[in-house]
Design a protein around this ligand. Structure first.
Ligand code: FAD
Ligand code: DLZ
Ligand code: SF4
Length: 501
């Protein structure tokens, strides 16, 4: 599978190179069950083809099915049927897939094919699903911070005995510097195209023309070595500033000081432990400060493992959660960027161009708007799954339904990440190029985030007033005059009508 491109993957353990066959299939169904961004398909197909070559060079027998092969049925299960007809196999060995739907499919193979299927744990993750279950099961609400501390101890990362280095577990308060002018942001990793990638690009441009997103320029690494090069470049050039500007957004600077390694981690070209160890080593050598290194390590051993645990513990029910019972269609501008709201325009444009947006763009601009505008949970999830090169349901769904939409009612996050325009203005320079005025709370030219924030709270009062982290906002609302409250309601109604229709 396209997210299992690791030579040390559990399904290859004990593989007898002269006897066993490794089946890798490019299948239309997986690229179109949602219409993935063109860059994502090209990235995965190219990485799969390179991985197959690497396996062959290492003496493995690989059966590689290309998308354009005549016999390719376009469906994973049918390709297994075809393979079983061509050769007599005793057993199928797979590593636990990243999506519930695929796991269900695999489970059906045993009965349908009358063959033994062994599904092995995906031990590339640092916390097994069983271990997460033991930690989470007794808890009604989960908190990432406590999970993260357990992981720090388990892997002895940034630890002095039983205590965190520096005396604190978390340096997030230091990691909120607004952008300042004249920051020198390094060029991101840029890979030269080879023949395999060029072939894949022309295939994707022919077969997936109607999909969202720009196919070129294409710069992702597509081999393990290239992914390691991208990681090393991050550690050297960006990690020192990663913490300070983790939440900052600058127009025209999509990459900031982030690592851009999620696509490599999620498809298996990089492994989480090697990434965090590289960052820890940079700290030990005095090449990156503690707040940056701790923040980076937390994202990987904390958030990444945590959302995966939440996903497997709660599927399939989690996919249907819709706490606020939202139902409004995703506005067209999520695809076209045709909106006067500059923050949203910039984030959609960058997403279209790069199949990437950094965390705060996803959370506080694209996600925040979806939350306060009451957009349909399923449509928002589908959008996030389509547009990002690193998106797989195990990581996309908890981030979208749990973190931004609060669709699970507060199981994953303690409060909805709703914010008015002043947060975006503080953490970005988007507002200075916007026709809306972030300082205005109401009226035609007021920033829509300002009134929608309050309107969201009012619309969901029965569900949020008792929340200890956001409930006090209702006291502030109550102190507003009736005229002000009416203006919030009228502006929101008018604005929402314009985007819902
Ligand atoms: P960095 O900022 O450099 O962080 C380092 C690494 O930490 C990332 O590569 C990633 O592996 C991990 N990480 C950081 N935050 C998270 C998180 N919240 N959940 C899981 N891993 C995390 N991440 C995905 O990998 N796939 C997704 O489909 C995805 N969808 C998201 C949707 C929303 C609405 C939000 C708010 C976040 C989503 N994230 C997703 C998390 C995060 O935004 C991306 O991992 C990050 O932006 C990737 O860029 P980077 O590699 O430069 O990350
Ligand atoms: C996302 C994706 C795409 C675009 N293409 C393929 C493919 O051709 N073959 C494949 O095996 N997997 C693909 N994937 C990944 C799957 O959709 C799915 O996310 C994983 O199988 C989950 O483990
Ligand atoms: Fe976004 Fe409002 Fe700022 Fe415009 S004024 S960029 S809509 S936050």
């Amino acid at each position: 599978m396209s997210d299992q491109l690791s030579i040390d993957i559990s399904s290859l353990k004990g593989c007898i190179k002269s006897v066993d066959t490794i089946l890798i299939c490019e299948v239309l169904n997986e690229a179109t069950y949602v219409n993935y961004h063109k860059k994502k398909i090209a990235f995965l197909f190219s990485a799969m083809r390179h991985f197959a070559r690497e396996l062959q060079e290492n003496g493995y027998r690989v059966s590689y099915i290309k998308l354009e092969d005549n016999q390719n049925s376009g469906v994973l299960k049918n390709e297994i049927t075809r393979a079983l007809k061509q050769h007599k196999y005793d057993q199928i060995v797979v590593t636990h897939p990243g999506e519930y739907r695929v796991k269900e499919d695999i489970k059906s193979w045993a009965t349908d094919f009358s063959i033994s299927i062994e599904i092995r744990a995906d031990d590339r993750f640092l916390c097994s699903t069983e271990e997460f279950l033991i930690w989470a099961k007794p808890k009604k609400h989960l908190r990432m911070e406590y999970f993260y501390r357990e992981m720090r101890k388990k892997y002895s990362l940034l630890m002095e005995g039983n205590k965190p280095i520096g005396g604190q577990w978390n340096y997030d308060l230091k990691n909120r510097k607004p952008p300042k002018e004249n920051l020198r942001i390094p060029e991101p990793y840029h890979n030269e195209l080879d023949d395999i990638t060029r072939d894949v690009i022309s295939l994707v441009s022919e077969r997936f023309l109607s999909h969202f997103g720009d196919l070129e320029p294409f710069y992702f690494g597509v081999t393990r070595q290239q992914a390691i090069d991208a990681l090393n470049l991050f550690i050297l050039q960006r990690l020192p500033n990663f913490g300070d500007y983790q939440d900052a957004m600058i127009e025209g600077e999509p990459w900031m000081y982030h690592s851009h390694i999620s696509c490599y981690l999620n498809c298996g070209l990089l492994l989480p432990l090697e990434c965090v160890k590289a960052a820890e080593q940079a700290y030990q050598l005095g090449k990156a400060p503690l707040n940056a290194v701790e923040g980076f390590i937390r994202q990987i051993i904390g958030w990444r493992e945590y959302v995966r645990g939440v996903y497997w513990l709660n599927m399939p029910e989690y996919a249907n959660k819709n706490f606020f019972e939202t139902k409004h269609n995703l506005p067209e501008f999520y695809w076209t960027a045709d909106t006067e709201m500059n923050c949203l325009r910039q984030c959609v444009l960058e997403t279209k161009k790069n199949a990437y947006a950094h965390h705060i763009q996803r959370l506080m601009v694209l996600g925040n708007f979806a939350l306060i505008a009451g957009l349909d949970t399923a449509q928002v999830n589908e959008w996030f799954l389509i547009v990002y090169v690193d998106a797989y349901e195990w990581v996309e769904l908890p981030n979208v339904s749990g973190m931004i939409l609060f669709a699970d009612g507060g199981y994953l996050a303690s409060k909805p990440y709703a914010a008015s325009g002043s947060y975006i203005n503080k953490m970005s320079d988007y507002c200075k190029n916007c026709i809306y005025k972030v300082s205005k709370k109401n009226g035609e030219d007021a920033c829509p985030f300002n009134y929608l924030y309050w309107d969201f709270l009012v619309r969901n009062r029965d569900k949020l007033e008792s929340n200890h982290r956001i409930g006090m906002m209702y006291k502030i609302y109550e102190r507003m005059g009736e005229d002000k409250k009416k203006a919030i309601a009228d502006d929101s109604k008018h604005f929402l009508k314009s985007i819902y229709d």
